[in-house]
Design a protein around this ligand. Structure first.
Ligand code: ADP
Length: 497
């Protein structure tokens, strides 16, 4: 395949601008596509909270863009830098509202206006600089207007051969907003706010930015085959099933990768004792260190871990149940998590108090990258009881560290975890425990099987660890799948293409 010229337009790219999984995705995919020989550049907002220490050479470009903004235009600066080997562009509108000088990536009341400004700036930048990429790869509702603007405005400004691939990371966030965002960038609300285009399925008076992206892109992907099926055919589509159904011939689920250089138990500088499949017994030292650090008893007990945003999506009641059930069955439990929602924060602080005197339980309510690495390396089991899960990274990371996942059969969890007892996969591919219904009983059944094997059949349990460690969750394959899609949609009429 001839090399592709790809622009990734995203609200996040780890580690310079990361709020969650999207940042890891953009970083991992961009690096691997570059390694495979493609030209890739990432365009991001120039947040004031960029982690500049993880960048090389951020410099302002001597050029000023003018962005359409209601009846006027906004001046916009452009900066250039590198995140490791990824060339990045940073959009810096000089707006009276200081759109990207808020100290945060998301969570502002005017997020729709902020990212609408970003979307138009991406295209204005390309048009102004005479850039004609094969593909713009857009992500989530923040960039849903990019394909709409390309179709309505920028195709006629020299970008007629550029195609858009749009990736859905979580349908729980659709960007349902008032029509002023269309007027903000000079789009015709009368023409676009229709059921066929950007009209929200539940409230036709609202613009649905995610839907706009789905309708106007040349190809749509999501982050696992399982989630692709669910959002197309069940209520997990959250009102967008029909919109996706109409695009089914150019819609695919591609399983995310993880950065296997960062998540490598043989070389991870954040864990006290390196280990690998050939030296699996060394993993035990990490468990010892974690227990010491958290004040847990050094007893011959299995250790269950939770590393998660504490959000309703993640099955918070089931998380609580998993911890209490494990303790009742003679195991230990560790949770590392953060809750944005104050009610959920309280819920877990109460559990923290209830278990405070137990020598077998520790709840750490905060974000701690180092501790996360140590827990993956130390634990025996990791539970992920999500109500829905587009892909999920924690179960894949856990497996790299010989920690066996216990998950609900949903989305990307169902695509990556294969039950020790009930799977149609050959034994060598079985790597965890899976339950169906989002109920305490179903979860307890899977946990009992996992804890039972740990106590009574250690050799069998060890083999599950090894099976998980042997799986390839790197970005190599997913990046080739994305490149194949980009190649399929690119304008083959291009000279030399
Ligand atoms: P989501 O993107 O829905 O939050 P994923 O499973 O896709 O969930 O990715 C979660 C990522 O965030 C993983 O890398 C996990 O290790 C990390 N993570 C989650 N919570 C914490 C925390 N409290 N401290 C450190 N890392 C965390």
């Amino acid at each position: 395949m001839p090399p592709l010229d790809i622009i990734i337009a995203s609200a996040e790219c780890a580690p310079v601008a990361k709020a969650g999984g999207l940042g890891d995705f953009v970083h991992g995919l961009a690096r691997e596509l570059i390694r495979q020989g493609h030209r890739v550049e990432v365009v991001l907002p120039r947040y004031d909270c960029l982690r500049l220490e993880s960048m090389v050479g951020l410099e302002k470009i001597p050029l000023e863009l003018r962005l359409p903004h209601f009846a006027t235009t906004l001046p916009c600066d452009l900066h250039q830098g590198r995140v490791e080997d990824i060339p990045c562009w940073f959009i810096d509108p000089r707006s009276p509202q200081d759109f990207f000088r808020r100290g945060v990536i998301y969570g502002e009341p005017d997020d729709p206006e902020r990212f609408t400004c970003f979307a138009v700036a991406v295209l204005e930048f390309l048009a102004h600089c005479g850039r004609r990429p094969d593909v713009i790869h857009c992500h989530d509702w923040h960039t849903g207007l990019v394909p709409v603007l390309l179709d309505q405005v920028y195709r006629a400004r020299g970008l007629e051969r550029t195609r858009v691939c749009y990736t859905l990371h979580n349908l729980g966030y659709q960007g349902r907003v008032g029509e002023q965002v269309l007027r903000q960038v000079g789009l015709d609300a009368g023409r676009l706010l229709t059921p066929e285009r950007l009209g929200d399925p539940a409230d036709p008076r609202l613009v649905n930015l995610l839907k706009g992206g789905i309708v106007h892109s040349h190809y749509i992907t999501t982050v696992s085959p399982g989630y692709a099926r669910e959002i197309l055919t069940t209520e997990q589509g959250l009102g967008l099933q029909a919109t996706l159904g109409a695009r089914a011939d150019c819609f695919a689920g591609i399983l995310n990768g993880i950065d296997v250089r960062v998540w490598n138990p043989l070389t991870d500088p954040r864990i006290p004792q390196p280990f690998g499949p050939d030296r699996l017994q060394a993993k035990a030292r990490n468990k010892e260190v974690l227990r010491q650090r958290l004040g847990l008893a050094q007893d011959p007990k299995p250790l269950l871990a939770v590393i998660s945003r504490l959000d309703a999506q993640k099955g918070v009641e089931l998380i609580r149940h998993a911890i209490l059930h494990t303790l009742a069955r003679g195991g230990q439990a560790v949770l590392l998590g953060t809750a944005q929602n104050p009610l959920l924060d309280r819920y877990f602080r109460i559990l923290q108090r209830e278990t405070a005197t137990s020598p077998d339980c520790h709840l750490e309510l905060g974000y701690d990258e180092d501790l996360a690495h140590l827990i993956y390396a130390a634990a025996d089991l990791l539970v992920v009881p999500s109500l829905y899960e587009p892909c999920g990274l924690t179960q894949m990371i856990a497996m790299r560290y010989g920690t066996v996942p216990v998950v609900r059969r949903v989305g990307g969890l169902a695509d990556t975890v294969f039950d020790a007892h009930h799977s149609d996969r050959p034994f060598i591919e079985r790597n965890g425990f899976v339950f169906e219904d989002p109920t305490p009983e179903a979860l307890a059944g899977a946990l009992d099987r996992a804890l039972g094997l740990w106590f009574e059949h250690p050799a069998y349990f060890r083999q599950l660890r090894l099976n998980g460690m042997a799986a390839d969750h790197s970005w190599a394959r997913p990046a080739r799948q994305y490149a194949a899609i980009f190649d399929r949609i690119r304008d083959k009429g291009r000279e030399g293409g």
